[in-house]
Design a protein around this ligand. Structure first.
Ligand SMILES: [Zn+2]
Length: 253
């Protein structure tokens, strides 16, 4: 379920160059944080920049909405630092990048960031993978925390997010107009493990609160996945539906 806590957004100055997401970078980087309320420096605050699949604490914090949330050492105000986070699964070769939408002017610019990130990672891989051709990397870009959480959980549950976005489109296009894409936003609901259904949480965009739930039989997902993924022409069609790293139902509506 997307995080609902909304602490104020904190300010940070980066002492290092922007390429802090190099493969060698530690999962936490020391930023020069300042409290947005009283301006006090926050020495030693550890900002998570890379999340690994085995990082249970980081993942739990992400789901709880407490990742990169700090409490001012001086005035005790909680604040959140909205800085980029990369979910990086080397074993399954997946990258999910979160860069807060407010900090990028355009989607194109954010996609460029991801391309550069990917190039950096691949360049670092050269030589290390000389024994064999590296398999393709699945790479996704997200602009909100809710999107980021959703993509991470779809990835962890081994669901193809493109098929899931396609299913959302079918739900939103239902003739009865039950779900208005202008007012409602659908998110994969991983909090209700249900092998028989693919469940969604429908959030009111304005309030950010859950308005309803919806589900489709998992069979529908499986059939769609087979249709799209087992055929070269259909795979190409899927690539056309979702060009680039930003995979969202909004591309289909
Ligand atoms: Zn403070």
């Amino acid at each position: 379920m997307p995080a609902r806590k909304r602490p104020v957004t904190g300010g940070a100055r980066r002492p290092a160059r922007r390429k802090s997401l190099s493969p060698a970078a530690a999962a936490a980087t020391i930023f020069e944080l300042t409290c947005p309320k009283c301006g006090a420096a926050q020495p030693g605050a550890k900002v998570t920049t890379v999340l690994r699949p085995e990082d249970a604490d980081g993942l739990a914090a992400l789901l709880k909405g407490t990742l990169n949330v700090f409490t001012c050492a001086k005035c005790k105000t909680p604040f959140r630092l909205d800085s980029p986070v990369l979910y990086r699964d080397d074993a399954r070769r997946g990258l999910i990048y979160f860069t807060p939408g407010e900090s990028v002017e355009t989607l194109e610019r954010a996609e460029k960031q991801v391309t550069e990130l990917l190039e950096t990672l691949l360049a670092a891989e050269d030589g290390a993978t000389a024994a064999g051709e590296p398999t393709a990397i699945t790479c996704r870009l997200t602009l909100t925390r809710s999107q980021f959480i959703e993509k991470v959980m779809l990835w962890r549950n081994e669901l193809d997010d493109r098929i899931v976005e396609y299913v959302k489109c079918q739900l939103l296009n239902k003739k009865d107009g039950q779900y208005d894409p202008v007012r409602m936003e659908l998110f994969y609901d991983f909090s209700q493990p249900d092998a028989a259904n693919l469940t969604f949480l429908i959030l009111d965009r304005e309030s950010g609160q859950p308005a309803a739930g919806a589900h489709v039989p998992m069979e529908l997902y499986t059939e769609l996945a087979a249709t799209f993924l087992n055929d070269a022409a259909m795979r190409a069609e899927l690539d056309k539906l979702f060009p680039g790293y930003y995979v969202a139902v909004s591309r289909l509506l």
